[in-house]
Design a protein around this ligand. Structure first.
Ligand SMILES: Nc1ncnc2c1ncn2[C@@H]1O[C@H](COP(=O)(O)OP(=O)(O)OP(=O)(O)O)[C@@H](O)[C@H]1O
Length: 245
């Protein structure tokens, strides 16, 4: 049986008086590529912010790679990588300088060696002395993944990683996500509303609606269970409209 990477129990977050995540009970096993789906404002980013310890829950608990997100937040931070939706870099610095900066922030002892490994892994060899100002959005997202994996995390959180990319950028990022999962064994937790991405990348999915997890299952079981109901888009709409509000 696979170990559990993420487990939440009645995890909730209220912004002022507004509940954004409501009693979330979610399990993600190690080795999965988990896709968290939902409309804009469903609570996906808030969920990732809780699991990455950027936000403290109003109530409930969660463990990430066996560490409690509140009591052991430092251990969580050390074992995960995170690509936020709008990752910021120093455009006037080169790719190498940006990665060196992030490597130092995450306490890397030998950044030079690790940066060279990551540049090769991400097919960036030869670009290390180019300024980030010259990079396309797709390349910048890959730099975002490079900074997120510098410290060799076992679990990677990606917030809408392919949003705003052209088809070539989407494909390149999708291939990279699959490579990180298959070759390096990194568990991936990905927020998305691109259903086409989910079918080509994820092994399991969850659907959030107004802060409530209304569905969680493997992608294979979902497609089997709703066989004959059309594309994943049709299935998503069916789950969304037939689940009690
Ligand atoms: N800092 C904040 N203060 C108050 N309300 C917030 C804050 N951040 C998010 N919200 C609200 O919480 C709800 C969930 O937002 P969240 O960003 O988690 O959703 P999302 O599913 O990630 O949406 P999107 O796909 O648009 O990024 C939304 O109604 C949003 O307006």
């Amino acid at each position: 049986m696979k170990a559990i990477a993420i487990e939440t129990h009645d995890l909730s977050l209220v912004y002022g008086a507004k509940p954004a995540v409501k009693s979330l009970n979610l399990t993600v096993k190690t080795g999965e590529i988990f896709g968290l789906l939902g409309h804009n404002g469903a609570g996906k980013t808030t969920t990732v912010s809780l699991l990455t310890t950027l936000l403290t829950p109003t109530s409930g608990t969660a463990s990430v790679l066996g560490h409690d997100i509140v009591k052991q937040s430092r251990a969580v931070q050390q074992s995960i990588g995170y690509l936020p939706e709008n990752v910021q870099f120093y455009d006037n610095m080169t790719l190498y300088e940006n990665l060196e900066y992030f490597g130092k922030l995450s306490g890397l002892k030998n950044p030079r060696k690790r940066i060279a490994e990551v540049l090769e892994l991400l097919d960036f060899t030869g670009h290390d002395n180019e300024r980030l100002a010259t990079f396309s959005k797709g390349m910048r997202q890959r730099v975002g993944i490079a900074q997120a994996i510098l410290h060799k995390p076992k679990l990677l959180f990606l917030d809408e990683p392919t949003s705003g990319l052209d088809p070539q950028g989407v494909k390149s990022l999708r291939d990279l996500i699959l490579k990180l999962n298959k070759e390096l064994g990194i568990t991936i937790f990905m927020n998305t509303h691109l259903l086409s991405e989910v079918t080509q990348t994820c092994t399991s999915i969850g659907i959030l609606r107004s802060g409530v997890l209304i569905y969680q299952n493997s992608l294979a079981d979902t497609l089997k269970r709703f066989a004959g109901n059309g594309s994943l888009e049709d299935i998503y709409l069916q789950i969304d409209t037939t689940t009690e509000r």
